[in-house]
Design a protein around this ligand. Sequence first.
Ligand code: C2E
Ligand code: MG
Ligand code: MG
Length: 466
Amino acid sequence: MGELVIKQEGTVVNRIGFHQELRDAVARQACAGNGDVIDHIVMVDIDDFGYVNSIHGLAIGDALLVEYATLLGELLPSNAKLYHFESNLFVIYLPIADKVSVIQMCDQIRLRSLSGVQVNEVLIRITVSIGVTDITADNTVDDVVVNAELALRKAKLQKNKTDFYMPADRAAYIARLNFETELRDCVIDNFRGFEIFYQPLFSTSLSMCIGCEALLRWRGSNNRIVAPAVIIPALQNVGMFNEVESWVFKIAAKQCGEWIDLTGYKEFVMNINVSPKRAAQPGLLDEIMSALEGTSTTLSNVFLELTEDSFIMVNKANMVALGELRDNGVLLAIDDFGTGYSSLGYLKNLPICELKIDRSFVRGIETSPSGREFIGTIITMAHILGFTVCVEGVETLDQARILTALNADILQGYYFSPPVHKEIMAKRFLSTITSGEKFLERFDEMRGNRLAARGLENEVDEIARS
Ligand code: C2E
Ligand code: MG
Ligand code: MG
């Protein structure tokens, strides 16, 4: 956008000019020597600018930037300077302003942007995200730019918003970058530190452990176990989650085969989670088939768990892809049922065979007759639709008894066990398959298992919270 700079001479100068201005501003603060906040940097970024280019074409997009620069200039106090920083990002140097007037200016910019920019015959409405930072004497020029970018990044999370830089932002950002870099390096280094924990599934009719759910964990250099809520978004940010999901398929399928061999129980099930994005990508069937190769695991041993979003978000083509998976013998389950947007009516058309009811429906059923009736109705209707029903998040003996009475097929939850290391899974739960022990007859002993495994669970929770 060098041309833009030249056209708007005097009001909009380029990035080099901005850096020069900033250097002077930082030097002035240093001379003042008291660290008082007087100058600000305000970054204004047009949200979803790509949409403008795609809808109206690049020429209109460029013209919009020129018009918007003029419009912005009109909203600024006379001592402010406006720079075109890059693409759809403008930077305002605002000297000697208090916070209230900065906020007022930002509000005005956002409001004015909403009312639209006239480009030739077209009125284009836009939203902008704004990041603000102070210029203080103890900052370098680079610090100021990074701080403003961090504030903008926060605002961008919601869009059409103004955010201010806070000192904690920088530490959090650096920690996040370090964490993501470490995770990425570990994936490249043959999945170093990645582990799968297994949470047993119990059949109410057979009164035994019939399988487990594979849940991703990562053991960091400090030997602490990190939960998926922390690892998955970080892996997605560095574009490595696909690789890790494929790794989970492979390891879980192999493990399932070993446990089938160990117990002789051919119906053993391994539930594996699949992210909505992965579920919609082609090649999933091939990947599953190759994970099963050379193991005793067959397609009938594996349930792919997909959240409701996977079905709702997907377009028709993706739904066809999921239907094809089902037609090829892949068993699909809806995970966390009740937290998304699907209705029981909608379920009828989905290519699934199992419903996993979210734990939020289990909480309080011991004391709430309506809660019991509610989950009982979901179970009944799911059965009418021909689905197997697994209830997640069973935490107490009473809940387990009630859900058994309400005809849930499979129970899963901390009452029986949190997700555990494969050794514990084999020792505590697979041994009951071989010995033929009936778990429903020993509910209270199961409670002992749960307490014994608490240490692990706390460790995981603690990290997830941090
Ligand atoms: P999910 O698939 O619904 O897995 C169940 C989650 O509930 C697990 O959390 C488990 O530890 C927790 N949980 C089990 N029983 C109880 C209980 O009685 N009470 C409570 N409060 N929680 C219980 P976890 O392991 O932290 O996993 C969180 C989510 O991360 C999973 O939810 C799943 O959506 C995702 N995830 C885990 N591993 C993978 C993976 O390999 N691939 C993908 N795509 N997602 C994964
Ligand atoms: Mg799951
Ligand atoms: Mg779930």
